[in-house]
Design a protein around this ligand. Structure first.
Ligand code: NDP
Ligand code: X2W
Length: 312
């Protein structure tokens, strides 16, 4: 049996990378709209309702419109890569490592996590859940992303002469990723989020600095790392790196796509401070890789089929 998949927004950055991961997979038949019809409402409506699974790779507003176009009688299941439904009742948050693969597999509406929240939640959610970090701590998230994280518009800006060497943003403290970070880590307060963009096409480093010594019980970096290692022990996608001397973490300017997620926990000698760090491809586990992982689960296929995972 093949599953009919329609990627709405297939010409965009995320859509193209999903199609690339599905190329050559006989389990799927891709429904495609040509360039003239890809934004045509009636053509999209038809494709959305013909599909077994629709993957929305659209701006938020267009993603909401696409969901409204679905005829419940047709039974199309949805994976939404946008941030439109990440804290919406009735939607499954498509982070199988955190919510459980079985829940994603059974869901009709799956909202793919945002790229920055993927790094943040992978680090913090299991530790808060285990009671090792407090839910009422005022968490800070510092992050840098490759410019493909901003879609076609930011890619054009960074690939044009005069592109910046560094771009910090989010100064309105109202970044659209704040609600999902707070909700899915089950935090009392919104996080303080400081994102930036560097002139690399893909890749991101998401860091949560922690004053462990100021926390009740003074958790130690080693126990946080051990807890994460145990939590992700069976994951084919998430790797918790061992304690060891790491002088620097790099993003390559022209990195190959990758769907894995690496986690690091650094701590100082006295145990007062720690830096929790996630490194991932914003277009991999941060978007298209996650969408394909969820698609596999929803279709009862091996979770990592088609994913770009290098040996850890
Ligand atoms: N890039 C990333 O790293 C990540 C992106 N996402 C999310 O995924 C979604 C897609 O992002 P991304 O691929 O980066 O964005 P892009 O801007 O690269 O692509 C969006 C695509 O949607 C198309 N589009 C816009 N409006 C409509 C419409 N009404 N009907 C049909 N197609 C439409 C655009 O058309 P046109 O080509 O004409 O502009 C474009 O091809 C966004 O919600 C984004 O926030 C999530 C995680 C990471
Ligand atoms: C570099 C850059 O601009 N990144 C995007 C987030 C990319 C992403 O995760 O997309 P969603 O918004 O769908 O979650 C931003 O900060 O808005």
């Amino acid at each position: 049996m093949t599953h009919k998949v329609f990627i709405d927004g297939a010409a965009g950055t995320t859509g193209l990378e999903i199609a690339d991961r599905l190329a050559g997979r006989s389990e799927f038949t891709l429904l495609a709209l040509d360039d003239e019809r890809r934004k045509d409402t009636s053509a999209r409506r038809e494709a959305l309702n013909e599909a077994d699974i629709a993957i929305l790779c659209l701006p938020d507003e267009a993603a909401r419109e696409a969901v409204d176009m679905l005829d419940p009688a047709m039974g199309t299941r949805v994976i939404d890569a946008s941030s439109a439904h990440r804290t919406t009742e009735g939607w499954c948050y498509g982070f199988p490592e955190l919510v459980g693969s079985d829940r994603v597999a059974a869901a009709r509406r799956v909202s793919n996590p945002g790229c920055y929240p993927t790094g943040f939640l992978a680090l913090v959610a299991p530790l808060v859940r285990a009671g090792l970090l407090p839910a009422d701590w005022p968490y800070t998230v510092n992050a840098v992303s490759g410019f493909s994280g901003g879609g076609k518009a930011l890619i054009e800006r960074f690939e044009t002469a005069g592109a910046p060497a560094f771009r910090a943003y989010g100064y309105d403290m109202a970044h659209k990723h704040l609600p999902e970070m707070q909700a899915h880590a089950e935090l009392v307060h919104p996080v303080l989020f400081a994102p930036a963009v560097v002139p690399a096409y893909r890749g991101m480093v998401v860091e949560v600095p922690l004053h462990l010594g100021a926390m009740e019980g003074e958790p130690h970096a080693d126990s946080l790392r051990d807890a994460l290692a145990e939590f992700y022990a069976d994951s084919p996608v998430v790797t918790v790196r061992d304690k060891g001397p790491v002088g620097e973490l790099l993003l390559e300017k022209d990195a190959e796509p990758g769907d894995g997620l690496e986690l690091f926990v650094f701590g100082n000698e006295g145990g007062w401070n720690a830096r929790l760090v996630a490194r991932l491809d914003n277009l991999g586990k941060g978007a298209s890789g996650a969408a394909v992982q969820n698609l596999n689960l929803m279709c009862g296929l091996p979770e990592t089929a088609g994913l770009k995972l290098s040996a850890a």
